[in-house]
Design a protein around this ligand. Structure first.
Ligand SMILES: Nc1nc2c(ncn2[C@@H]2O[C@H](COP(=O)(O)OP(=O)(O)OP(=O)(O)O)[C@@H](O)[C@H]2O)c(=O)[nH]1
Ligand SMILES: [Mg+2]
Length: 357
């Protein structure tokens, strides 16, 4: 899974990227480069299974993040934005970082702290960036140069154009599977699900308040966007402390979960993702799939041979194992299940695939 981090200049995107990926990219404003990094998705279930099996390798799920330069007011209209947005167009989801901290040492390009204004401005920039692509493509198709191979492409793009011109999101309507296929390669920014992150100052962590909080919450609610609060710089600084000190600091500030824990949870919920696990002496590992994936297809995640030669899945739910403490007890209680290829995988299934090739 890949998540793109976008926002206005100096919103704290690179700081957030560093926090999530435990990276050390310099936060110099105005640098026109994108950064790619990955984060392991913390999962207490994997910690538990790894303690139990003491495997040679423990592999957590991963999320890839791409951090791009700030979108300044009017930058999409000037062109050039589409070059550095390439990495975000391939993303499954977008984090919109809005600045909700005051700091005279970090000038706010809009002159004041106002997260809703920034969220709206950002949407406009993303929208223009999509519109530029849509219009160019329509022009080419109408000029008869290309696109004869897919007759649905032009009408679908016209629909996009209409949506964008009325300031909507391409992702706001239910496209037919054919339309979705026609749109897929474009990676439109306003088609992707959004998670809004308010980047607040240190003081906001303990007061649980920040400039423009009520308005931003209302904005997120009416648009049905998940809203998280992160203090990127503070949490990043704390994350570099030795373990004991770090926990004490976080407790003092009332931060009970790391930034990546909160973000991963929001992203999994929003994208309808769940995890299943494979365990053994060699490896304990988390796998990410969509809700509603059948056992046979899930097996293909592990290896295409296992999918092809699928016989059955032996399944124990993580909760049963945790509660009972051993696989032997789980069997005793009759909670060890054999499932066929059409079984719909559940979050927390521990699986052993039987296969034959
Ligand atoms: N006071 C304060 N400063 C912050 C916070 N988060 C980020 N900053 C500072 O704001 C400045 C800009 O942060 P960056 O992470 O580089 O912001 P950016 O969105 O990546 O900026 P561009 O890439 O230039 O668009 C840096 O000096 C950060 O240390 C915060 O929560 N509080
Ligand atoms: Mg940056």
């Amino acid at each position: 899974m890949r998540i793109g981090i976008v926002g206005l200049p100096s919103a704290g995107k690179t700081t957030l990227f560093n926090l999530l990926t435990e990276g050390h990219v310099e936060t110099v404003s105005g640098k026109m480069e994108a950064h790619l990094g990955s984060a392991k998705v913390p999962d207490r279930r994997i910690d538990f299974l790894s303690d139990m099996y003491k495997p040679r390798k423990t592999i957590y799920a991963q999320i890839e993040f791409v951090d791009v330069p700030g979108l300044a007011r009017g930058s999409a209209a000037k062109g050039g934005v589409n070059q550095f947005m390439a990495g975000v167009r391939e993303a499954d989801s977008i984090i919109q970082v809005v600045r909700a901290f005051d700091d005279p040492l970090v000038p706010n390009p809009e002159g004041s702290t106002n997260p809703v204004r920034d969220a709206e401005l950002l949407h406009t920039e993303l929208l223009f960036s999509d519109l530029e692509i849509v219009e160019k493509r329509i022009e080419r198709l109408e000029g008869g140069k290309k696109g004869k191979e897919n007759p649905i492409e032009l009408p679908t793009l016209k629909k996009c154009q209409e949506i964008l011109e009325s300031e909507g999101r391409i992702g706001s309507i239910d496209w037919t599977p054919d339309e979705q296929a026609a749109l897929r390669d474009y990676g439109f920014l306003t088609e992707k699900p959004v998670i809004l992150v308010a980047n607040v100052g240190e003081e906001s962590l303990s007061t649980d308040d920040y400039p423009g909080k009520a308005e931003l919450a209302e904005h997120a609610r009416t648009k049905d966007i998940p809203l998280l609060t992160v203090s990127a710089r503070t949490e990043q600084e704390i994350s570099e402390l030795p373990d004991e000190e770090r926990d004490a600091f976080l407790n003092d500030l009332g931060v009970t979960e790391s930034g990546i824990e909160r973000l991963a949870r929001a992203a999994y919920a929003q994208l309808g993702l769940i995890s299943f696990f494979t365990v053994g002496e060699d490896e304990v590992r988390a796998w990410t799939i969509h809700q509603g994936t059948e056992a046979k297809r899930a097996a293909g995640k592990v290896h295409s041979d296992i999918e092809r030669g699928f016989i059955r899945a032996e399944i124990v739910s993580y909760e049963d194992l945790r509660r009972l403490g051993s696989m032997a007890k789980v069997r005793e209680q009759g909670l060890f299940r054999l499932e066929g290829k059409d079984y719909l995988m559940k979050d927390g299934d521990i699986v052993n695939f039987r296969f034959n090739v």
